[in-house]
Design a protein. Sequence first.
Length: 311
Amino acid sequence: MEIRWLEDFIALAKTRHFSRAADEQNVTQPTFSRRIKLLEEEMKVTLIDRNTLPLSLTPEGEVFLHSAELITRQLRDAKERCQEVRKQGESQISFATTQTLFLSFYKDVIEPFCQEIDMELDSNLKSSSWSGMDFVNALMEKQCDLMLCFWHPAIQFIHALDDDNYEYCVIADETLIPYSIADESGSAKYQLPGGRRKPLPHIGYYDNSFLQPVILHHLQRQKDVAQLKTINENYHSVNVKAMIKEGFGIGWVPSRLMSDTLEYGKVALAGNKEWNIPLEIRLYRSKLNKSPNLNAFWDSLQERLKHKKRF
């Protein structure tokens, strides 16, 4: 059974005339009559009494009319709701970022900026469990409109976005800093570079995360060799931070994420500035994405960065 058959039947019940009902449905009368006949065959009853002038409905037709009107009304309402959901989805900008940046940057910087320009972002919280390459793939496969991430030349997988189809804004600077739990005097319990006989317990990141290749790249270029023994690996700086606070070892954490804990004296800097690693916080988009709202957001962001180089 086709929905248009129900609409045909409702039109015929209203006009009580095949020709006028066919005109109302924008079909020829033979086509219209054939569809009414198919509907009756499907229902296995006669719905129209063709022996009366004007036409009338059979008792079965009267029952069926009520159901046909209910079904078509429900479908019409469902279609309208679906269109509203689609339009709402098109108006939102889907946003993906790491758990670390969501907690330390998005909530404090991106979200207020969006409120300021009256723009709604739809944050994909599932991305908090992604590996580094997952973010790049999500942007390339149009699973998100914007990707907020750390950037450093040592992050190889992100170079997949170094072509003309993608663009980025550098929206903030960040520093990856080694921390340790503080002792009673407020000094770091574990201090770089450590010793060969007693390497420092190290809380690190997985190789396919954003930050592990950055740390390895930096350590390989230091004059003093860091004596580290990795005891744990993570994707998220939040987990590294938690283990540092519990005294399990030394770890590199973005300064924004650790600033509150550092102020309270629970942790201390585990090395001189030579062990600090500069990062950029970048926002990437695809140039092939022609969403009007995305373009409006991007234009507002660039205008903001003209007056204030970094957030």
